[in-house]
Structures are given as structure tokens and as C-alpha cells.
Design a protein around this ligand. Structure first.
Ligand SMILES: [Zn+2]
Length: 242
């Protein structure tokens, strides 16, 4: 039993890998005898050391662990002051080392958290810049398309009678129709658009010229979102192709 008490004091230093060779050999020889009490205490010592070594930001030391460390450091300091007892199983410097490890681990955990925060902020900035770029590209693409249609000599300009009409409800759109010259020809569905809050909208249609040649007039109706295969409401605007 007295052997066990002696070894018990070595277990934490053993788990830290801080025992000198003869002490380690003696302890390992004792553990090899199959002493369950010491094996249990060693498992506990390993747990304690692991707590110190693998402190994650979300696993800060428990109050119990802190108290245990502080008590041990204090007791060792006192023992070292009272007598430079060579019998002290765990030298004070080991506990100072453990405390330093704890401090360093907490510090690096804090550092890691700050780094994580910086990375997050940088990522957010990058995402915002990317989004801005995408918006600009979309605007440029729309402007290019607009310029292509407007400057194309084959473009047909259609004047629609200006009318004050209510903006369609959120699930409705305005749809453009090409009214064919052929008698009895059915209106050909074209683009749909949602006017802005002022009721303004621009429809730039990139239809092949031959289709426009066969078109007599344009009409705009209000339709469900996504458009309809044929008009379902009376036209709001009608304009002849000039
Ligand atoms: Zn034992």
C-alpha cells in the first residue's frame, strides 16, 4: 500500500512525460503487476494532462481543474519554501510548467479565436466585393445588350401610347405580344416584364428581323408570372410597327 501511495504521486508527472528514468522504470514495473488502483489513477492523470494539451476554445478548463492546479502549485510552492525536500515526488518546476502550459493553451486558444474572427471578417469582405463585381457585370451585360439592340439598323422602334395604368400585383407581369400581319394569325408571346414602382419599364426585344417583317403590331397585356401562351386579358397597350 505504501508503494501505491508513493507511485500515486508520480502518476501525473509520468503522464506529462516528466519522470526521470529510474522513477519511470519503477512506476512501470509497478503498473505491470496489474495494480488496478494505480491504473485507474493513471487514467485520471492522463485525462488531466489531456485537458491541458487539447484545450479547445469551447472547452475552457473547468473550475475543478483550475482549483486542482492552483492547489497543487500552491502546495508545492509551500513545500519548496519550507524544506528543499528531495522526497517531494513531483518537483515544483513541473507544476510551474503545467501552469505555464495552461496559460499558453488559453492564450493560444484566445489567439485562434481572434484569428478565426479575422478570417471571417476577411471572407465577408471578399464575398461583398465578389457580389459587387457580379452586379456590375450584370449591369454591363444588360447595357451591352441594350446597346446592341438599339444600335442595330434592323431594330424596329415601336411607339406605344402612353397610358396611366396601375402596376400589376406582385404575382402578375406585363407581357409583350407580336401581332402577325397574316389574317387570323395568333399573337406570338414575347418577353415579360415587371414595371418599377413608378410604372416604368423597358422592353428590349431581340427577335430575328424576319419575324418583325411579318409583325403588324405589338400589344402588351397583364398576365400571371412567367407569361402565358396566349393573351388572357385585354391589351393595355397596342402599337403599330413603323
Ligand atoms: Zn498501485
Amino acid at each position: 500500500v505504501s508503494d501505491c501511495v508513493k507511485f500515486r504521486e508520480l502518476l501525473e508527472a509520468y503522464a506529462l512525460g516528466a519522470l526521470d528514468v529510474p522513477e519511470r522504470a519503477a512506476l512501470e514495473a509497478h503498473l505491470a503487476t496489474g495494480c488496478t488502483d494505480c491504473a485507474k489513477a493513471l487514467a485520471e492523470a492522463h485525462w488531466l494532462v489531456n485537458q491541458l494539451a487539447y484545450l479547445a476554445p469551447e472547452a475552457l478548463p473547468s473550475a475543478m481543474l483550475k482549483v486542482r492546479l492552483l492547489q497543487t502549485v500552491r502546495a508545492e510552492a509551500q513545500a519548496a519554501k519550507q524544506s528543499a525536500s528531495p522526497k517531494s515526488a513531483i518537483p515544483f518546476w513541473i507544476w510551474a510548467g503545467v501552469a505555464a502550459l495552461l496559460v499558453v493553451t488559453i492564450y493560444s486558444a484566445w489567439n485562434a479565436q481572434r484569428l478565426q474572427h479575422d478570417i471571417q471578417a476577411t471572407n465577408q469582405k471578399a464575398t461583398a466585393i465578389l457580389q459587387q463585381r457580379r452586379d456590375l457585370e450584370a449591369q454591363l451585360e444588360a447595357a451591352k445588350r441594350e446597346a446592341t439592340i438599339v444600335t442595330d439598323p434592323a431594330s424596329v422602334k415601336i411607339a406605344l401610347a402612353a397610358q396611366k395604368t396601375p402596376v400589376p400585383s406582385s404575382d402578375r407581369v406585363l407581357q409583350l405580344w407580336l401581332i402577325p400581319k397574316a389574317p387570323g394569325g395568333k399573337p406570338i408571346p414575347s418577353l415579360t416584364v415587371r414595371p418599377d414602382a413608378d410604372g416604368k419599364f423597358v422592353l428590349l426585344v431581340a427577335h430575328p428581323p424576319e419575324l418583325m417583317v411579318q409583325t403588324k403590331a405589338l400589344a402588351i397585356t397583364e398576365e400571371p408570372e412567367g407569361g402565358s401562351p396566349q393573351p388572357t386579358t385585354a391589351p393595355r397597350w397596342v402599337g403599330g410597327v413603323s
